[in-house]
Design a protein around this ligand. Structure first.
Ligand SMILES: Cc1cc2nc3c(=O)[nH]c(=O)nc-3n(C[C@H](O)[C@H](O)[C@H](O)COP(=O)(O)O)c2cc1C
Length: 217
């Protein structure tokens, strides 16, 4: 059975929320989806038709558990295939500064160098500032960073900067990319129409979906 794997790393919980959101969206489009935290699971990528890896940036790097899993499976057939995406969750992107963007790209390059894996798609996703879930020291540090970056500084509240609409669109494109596998799922499992199956999407739209997924590399 063809399924999509979402493997994530999280420190404060927001990337887990993003993984859950994507899973819901992909399922609503007819895909079979498994979601795993890299800190506690070691799924085999070759059991899947498509892979989404999501990790958050903390002090210039991603969760070690994600690095470990990716390094371990970088040479697998599916990981080396076309249906892969890496989501980099961070706050730096909000600053819209060329220097910070260069830093974020350098963090991604470091990830590639350490793991030997380049996803077909790379996407930077704005994360969250959950002040109320931080301990006092982390709250203080994050408030100072947020002030410098022009972000929210009222630590009595949590702030979410993720563009859920954009993530929804990303899920749709990723689903379209996995159409042949999802078609197999549809015909062997449910017998009902997958809403992202070829029959439901005009040929030109399918072509555009593929083109835009490819161009976001
Ligand atoms: C201690 C700490 C360090 C962080 N370092 C960075 C950083 O270097 N660059 C960046 O863009 N965002 C940084 N962030 C922002 C996180 O990437 C953002 O809060 C993200 O939503 C965290 O996701 P998570 O809840 O899944 O861990 C940092 C956040 C914390 C709490």
């Amino acid at each position: 059975m063809a399924r999509i794997l979402i493997l994530y790393g999280t420190t404060d919980g927001h990337t887990a929320k993003i993984a859950g959101f994507l899973a819901d969206r992909l399922r609503s489009l007819g895909a079979g989806v498994d979601v795993f935290d890299a800190a506690t699971s070691n799924p085999d990528p070759d059991d899947y038709a498509g892979i989404i890896v999501a990790a958050s940036v903390h002090a210039g790097g991603y969760q070690r558990s994600v690095l470990r899993w990716v390094r371990r499976h970088a040479q697998s057939e599916v990981m080396r295939g076309a249906r892969t995406a890496f989501l980099s969750v961070c706050l730096g992107v909000l600053q819209q500064s060329p220097k910070v963007m260069a830093d974020l790209i350098a963090i991604k390059s470091g990830f590639i160098a350490k793991t030997g894996w380049t996803a077909t798609q790379f996407k930077i996703v704005a994360g969250a500032l959950p002040y109320t879930r931080y301990g006092w020291l982390k709250r203080l540090i994050m408030r100072r960073i947020a002030r410098k970056a022009g972000g929210a500084t009222d630590t009595a509240h949590d702030y979410e900067y993720t563009d859920w609409h954009d993530l929804r669109a990303f899920a749709g494109r990723f689903c379209a990319l996995c159409i042949p596998e999802l078609e197999a799922t549809r015909s062997c499992e449910t017998g009902s129409a997958c809403r992202c199956a070829p029959a439901a999407i005009p040929a030109r739209q399918r072509h555009l979906a593929r083109a835009s997924v490819g161009s976001s590399r």
